[in-house]
Design a protein around this ligand. Structure first.
Ligand code: GDP
Length: 360
């Protein structure tokens, strides 16, 4: 699947850069164009591998918006024509989709992403997806409240919002900075593999995935979730039936970007590895298992030929918002929003109003 990537804010820019670099290093050529946007100049200066553009200079003079995501939205709205201009040529007739990447808990990305998605939807015919990073449980109330409002608005605007929970893909005992590095690498590898799996690869693999299968899996909108797991495989495909089942199970149950999400409207199972090591029987079995587990009749599947000693399973869920983890996050965001508002004002109306408002 050929994509144009737009990263907004610090996390959005870093993840976009990592994804673009991974795609280039692997020679996949699924990422056709990329741009990183930020209202904070120092954050853009650390980005080397993709082009950057400063936004909101007339309002915040390159100093960023702090954690003010309403200001983040306003800045994007004021500068949207320039941003669309800069995207000209990066989004081409060959692009199958546009992906807007942002950390939802901050200011520039949190506020800017929904506005940009909205505007891109007016201009382009291809699906516009969001890749949103949710704050971990231990991040402060402002992050939770910001992410709640940003997610709510993204769900309204984007064709699908792929969620990465910052608590999902880090290793135990890492510092916050190291954890971000690990998570960003995992996002790059997994999302990078997903984009690349929708590319036609000459003459190998019995049933390769087409970009339309990714798009159809995401067609139901709402939240999407990506899971991955891999294991060393035997050279003899008949010995790998159990391996395929194991990696498919792990991808969904322990390797998902949004833990505990299993119920979904649709799913895609991609088995990556050397074609002669992939057992058809195992793939069929894993697919049936995924149908049962997600309670979805729409489970697509395919192979991704890759030179590796391992077999990997990539599971994409579409329409996966009916998850306890997401309801728990929304409760946390509403609660945090209430706290934020009661700190700002103390009228009874503000204290009792626990709704999360859309950003625009
Ligand atoms: P912005 O620059 O104002 O858009 O704000 P940030 O991008 O710093 O967004 C803050 C949110 O993103 C917080 O929830 C952070 O936990 C998260 N975040 C910041 N940097 C990274 C990163 O490099 N990787 C990941 N996974 N999350 C990040």
């Amino acid at each position: 699947m050929k994509v144009a990537l737009i990263g907004i804010g610090q996390a959005g820019g870093k993840v976009t850069e990592r994804l673009t670099r991974f795609d280039a290093n692997m020679g996949f050529e699924a990422v056709q164009g990329a741009l990183a946007l930020n209202s904070a100049k120092p954050d853009l200066q650390s980005i080397e591998f993709v082009d950057t553009q400063l936004i909101g200079a007339d309002r915040v003079n390159g100093h960023g918006v702090g954690g003010d995501n309403e200001l983040g939205s306003e800045i994007m709205q004021s500068d949207v024509q320039e941003v669309l201009g800069a995207l000209d040529g990066r989004i081409t007739s060959r692009s199958d989709a546009i992906v807007v990447v942002a950390g939802l808990g901050g200011g520039t990305g949190s506020g800017g992403a929904p506005v940009l998605v909205h505007n891109l939807q007016q201009v382009y015919d291809v699906p516009v997806y969001a890749l949103g990073i949710l704050p971990g449980r231990n991040e402060g109330a402002l992050y939770q409240a910001n992410a709640g409002r940003s997610l709510k608005t993204l769900l309204r605007e984007a064709d699908s919002t792929l969620l990465i929970d910052n608590d999902a893909w880090h290793e135990q005992g890492e510092s916050v900075e190291d954890a971000f590095e690990t998570i960003n690498d995992k996002i790059a590898q997994r999302v990078g593999l997903l984009f690349a799996s929708g590319e036609i690869i000459d003459g190998v693999g019995e049933s390769v995935v087409d970009s339309s299968e990714i798009i159809n899996t995401l067609r139901s909108g709402g939240v999407s979730v990506l899971g991955y797991a891999s294991e060393v495989a035997s050279e003899d495909s008949s010995e790998n039936i159990r391996t395929v089942m194991t990696v498919a199970r792990q991808a969904l149950l322990t390797g998902a970007s949004m833990p505990d999400a299993t119920a979904a409207d649709s799913a895609l199972l991609v088995i990556a590895g050397q074609p002669d090591r992939i057992p058809r029987k195992g793939v069929e079995k894993a697919r049936r298992w995924l149908e049962d587990e997600t309670e979805s009749m729409q489970v697509r599947g395919g192979d991704f030929p890759l030179e590796s000693e391992r077999l990997g399973a990539l599971v994409l869920l579409g329409g996966a918002e009916r998850s306890e983890r997401i309801s728990a996050f929304m409760d946390r965001a509403r609660e945090a929003n209430k706290t934020q508002q009661s700190e700002a004002t103390d009228t009874i109306d503000d204290l009792t109003d626990d709704r999360l408002e859309n950003l625009f």
